[in-house]
Design a protein around this ligand. Structure first.
Ligand code: TXA
Ligand code: MG
Length: 370
């Protein structure tokens, strides 16, 4: 039986938190909101409970989990060493959508890190998450989706994926940001970006006064090496419908490229939806079966917040394929494009004269799912 709790995100009922805390202390698994996406949490000290997270999500055992803390004091429990730059970062970035990779400490069981000597740690900026951790101690939690699906950004999404699986679900409405945390490897210097996320890379570089190393895989353009971020090798965030991303250097050629693609899909007899922005949506009315407006090109935070909802929406539409209009890779745009490229089966690059398919991997359905 899954217990459901509906709470105010900013002022959660302490009795609901207390009950969920009891469930966690007893080895249960609870889906809870964070500012980025919903997480599926268990005590980071309880190997049996942590193993259940993998089972409930259908997540491969080699893909480690993030440990969520509520105060800096927790660092000495979960990490073996705290590098000096983390204190500088934490002053500004925590609580917030930044995860750092550290050497694993004594209070984190190996099941959490899939046996790796490192641990990913973050302090979420959500009153529900913070009060839950304050009561139950550090929580291991991946995103609360079934593996391979888009991350849940509303209580309803979490419910659709985890009802009948988790012991409890806390519904606090929409996540504030909509894409997952940025993951930064602090075990090396200069630090390395393992996954772009809601905390912009530019902000981290400014706080630390250092140029962060950004591997191709962090942009979603190639697969990561196993040791880098095990989760990156699996297809992620994907709707069931095939998704094609159109990318171009400017908005005009982007719209042209998307229109060309939509026309050729139509000529093949395929029903296509397009995920566009408020500024460009009108261009597709005649050629697309459905147009989803994800937000404004002038405010990528709006697109980020609606992104996973839009990907889930695609599966409810009566279409065969979906086209996603690319966005600039600055600020939170880097996180959006990483997610979309990973969700996509093909990327289309439109230059001024020709349309060509790039990175034309066929649907990777044979791959193991995250
Ligand atoms: O915003 C977020 O980060 C959300 C909320 C719930 O906090 N969590 C989240 O967790 O996105 P998950 O499990 O969906 O993604 C965690 C990523 C995976 O790609 C995993 O491989 C990587 O972090 N990761 C975790 N521990 C790691 C480690 N020790 N070394 C390298 N990568 C690690
Ligand atoms: Mg995830």
């Amino acid at each position: 039986m899954t217990k459901l709790f509906t709470v105010d995100p900013l002022n959660p009922d302490p009795r609901a938190i207390e009950q969920c805390c009891e469930i966690l202390r007893g080895g249960g698994v609870v889906a809870f909101p964070t500012e980025t996406v919903y997480g599926l949490g268990a005590s980071a000290r309880d190997p049996k409970a942590v193993n259940r997270i993998y089972a409930l999500k259908g997540r491969p055992k080699d893909n480690p989990l993030i440990v969520h803390i509520s105060k800096l004091d927790h660092l000495t429990l979960v990490a073996a060493e705290v590098p000096e730059p983390l204190y500088i970062l934490a002053r500004i970035a925590w609580p917030g959508p930044l995860t750092v990779l550290l050497k694993r400490g004594p209070e984190v069981v190996p099941e959490v890190t899939a046996g790796l000597p490192t641990v990913a740690v973050r302090m979420p900026a959500h009153p529900v998450a913070l009060s839950l951790i304050e009561c139950a101690g550090p929580l291991a939690a991946p995103s609360a989706n079934i593996s391979g699906k888009p991350s849940p950004t509303t209580g309803r999404h979490a419910l659709l994926d985890m009802f009948g699986r988790a012991e409890a679900i806390i519904d606090a409405g929409e996540s504030f940001l909509g894409v997952e945390s940025t993951i930064l490897d602090l075990t090396a210097w200069p630090p390395r970006l393992l996954r772009p996320g809601a905390m912009p890379l530019e902000t981290i570089e400014e706080i630390l006064s250092v140029k962060v190393v950004v591997p191709e895989s962090a942009r979603g353009l190639s697969e990561a090496e196993v040791a880098l971020a095990p989760g990156m090798k699996y297809r992620h965030y994907a709707p069931e419908k095939p998704l094609i991303v159109v990318e171009a250097p400017d908005t005009e050629s982007l719209v042209e490229g998307a229109l060309d693609l939509l026309r050729s899909l139509k000529a093949e007899g395929k029903r296509a939806a397009v995920v566009a922005t408020r500024e460009t949506a009108h261009a597709y009315a005649a050629v697309a079966e459905a147009v989803i407006v994800a937000g404004s090109r002038a405010n990528l935070y709006e697109v980020a917040k609606n992104l996973f909802g839009a990907l889930r929406e695609l599966d409810r539409l009566n279409v065969d394929v979906a086209v996603f209009e690319g966005l600039p890779e600055s600020g939170i745009g880097l996180a959006i494009m990483n997610r979309v490229r990973k969700a996509a089966v093909k990327r289309v690059v439109k230059s001024s004269h020709q349309l060509r398919l790039e990175g034309g991997a066929e649907p990777r359905s044979h791959e193991p799912q995250k």
